[in-house]
Ligand binder design. Structure first.
Ligand code: SF4
Ligand code: SF4
Length: 124
């Protein structure tokens, strides 16, 4: 999109925007995972603005699962997790996954060569 939608969300509607992951091809479609925060009215006006500009907004309808039987505990995924949903115990070096902290950014799926992190999609 040519429109600076993130700028407008912040400057015009007072919405706090945290971009978690983005893949955008100039002139083509793009996809962003964002966390939006603000008063109900700010969010409502901000989402209306996005709709008017042709942006399709969807709540996360996916969740990540950690398949412990596949996990080798290599810790490769831990530094790639932006929310510390994946963490390592510095005493035991055991890797843990906290689904409450996971924002489904998908970074760990790319990193884990053992396919221990999998995506469960409820949107289809
Ligand atoms: S990268 Fe995969 S195998 Fe390694 S600790 Fe993370 S989930 Fe486990
Ligand atoms: S998808 Fe993976 S890397 Fe992203 S927040 Fe969830 S556990 Fe962390």
């Amino acid at each position: 999109m040519e429109e600076p939608i993130i700028y407008h969300l912040i400057a015009d509607y007072g919405v706090r925007v945290n971009i978690l992951r983005a893949s955008i091809d100039p002139g083509k479609r793009g996809r962003m995972f964002v966390e939006l925060a603000g008063e109900d009215s700010q969010l409502s006006h901000g989402l209306n603005y996005l709709e008017r500009t042709g942006v399709q907004v969807e709540p996360l309808a996916q969740e990540i699962q950690h398949l412990t039987e596949r996990c080798t505990g290599c810790t490769s995924c831990v530094p790639h997790c932006p929310t510390q949903a994946l963490d390592v115990d510095r005493q035991t070096w055991e890797v843990s996954f906290n689904p409450e902290k996971c924002i489904v950014c998908l970074s760990c799926l790319d990193v884990c060569i053992y396919k221990a992190m999998v995506l469960k999609d409820f949107s289809v």
